[in-house]
Design a protein around this ligand. Structure first.
Ligand code: FAD
Ligand code: FES
Length: 273
């Protein structure tokens, strides 16, 4: 059993949760994730390790309440327990001296990119960050991202905070004016796809962090299959980070929609809450 040490509301739909998981905190690296189950009947869901502290034996996850399991997770309080937390899983992100790196986080993707952006800064890179959100109330981790970034750009779809527009607007300006060595983009599939289309034009290497539906997260079930450069990969064991210029985003979009009816139905099923 894994004790919940703290819960914070970051925005209307997004919460951070600190969980006691000493073995995971000891081994975790930026870019890795865990798979958790809330209770015996719960489904397994993957969430990125946003922060980890080997001294206190704790890890922090940040999640958006989008469906049944994340909504049930959001109902838990400090002192409650999770039945399973497995990890750290997946390959760590590329943390080395690269030069100037643009780190893009869309929506809850800001939580996923933060540990990697921080590690890149600590390794001596210049970090230019872009956070994109639908609206002001969806912008998360602004202070943390500002602290570890040489420059921070914020965009909102409705213009309620930062500049109106999408993350590719400041990205285009940066790529036009500056020499950039690497772009890392994490967020909705559509955002990662358009970032990659733009960086391909500018010939800038680009890493994306894919979010296919995962079940076992051990490479056995095939649920997280993605096509990268015409090769079949399993995001849980081969990723979750991949060369964005090689990813078949349209296939990923279609595969992620394959349980939409069941997901809607399980959210309607009030007895489960
Ligand atoms: C490696 C990885 C890291 C992730 N990190 C984060 C994170 O840090 N914060 C965060 O908010 N979200 C993260 N996600 C997405 C998160 O796993 C889903 O939002 C969650 O599983 C939704 O479950 P649900 O029951 O609440 O919603 P549902 O209603 O069941 O599904 C809503 C949508 O979530 C996705 N989803 C559903 N089940 C899964 C599953 N088992 N695996 C992956 N995606 C699923 C599908 O696209 C689905 O359409 C990550 C996904 C992956 C693959
Ligand atoms: S989640 Fe089963 S193979 Fe990746």
């Amino acid at each position: 059993m894994f004790k919940i040490l703290d819960v914070k509301q970051l925005s209307k739909e997004i919460k951070s949760m600190k969980v006691s998981a000493p073995e995971i905190a000891k081994k975790a690296k930026p870019g890795q994730f865990i798979v958790l189950r809330i209770d015996e009947k719960g489904e397994r869901i993957p969430l990125t390790i946003n922060d980890f502290d080997p001294k206190t034996g704790s890890i922090t996850i940040i999640f958006q309440e989008v469906g049944k399991t994340t909504k049930k997770l959001g109902m838990l309080k400090k002192g409650d327990f999770l039945i399973d937390v497995a990890g750290p899983l997946g390959h760590p992100g590329r943390v080395e001296k690269i030069g100037t790196v643009v780190c893009i986080g869309g929506g809850v993707g800001a939580a996923v990119i933060y540990p990697e952006a921080r590690a890149l800064k600590e390794t001596g890179n210049e970090v230019l960050s872009i956070i994109g959100a639908r609206s002001r109330h969806m912008v998360i981790l602004e202070d943390q991202m500002r602290k570890i970034s040489d420059e921070l750009y914020i965009t909102t779809d409705d213009g309620s905070y930062g500049r109106i527009g999408v993350v590719t607007d400041p990205l285009k300006e940066i790529l036009t004016k500056r020499k950039i060595d690497l772009v890392i983009a994490i967020g909705p599939i559509i955002m990662m796809k358009f970032v990659c289309l733009m960086t391909k034009e500018f010939n800038i290497p680009t890493i994306v962090n894919l979010n296919p539906i995962m079940v076992d997260a051990t490479g056995m079930c095939g649920s997280c299959r993605v096509t990268v450069g015409n090769e079949i990969k399993f995001a849980c064991v081969d990723g979750p980070e991949f060369d964005g210029h090689l990813v078949d985003f349209d296939e990923l979009t279609n595969r992620n929609a394959r349980f939409l009816e069941e997901e809607k139905e399980s959210c309607r099923c009030k007895k489960d809450f």
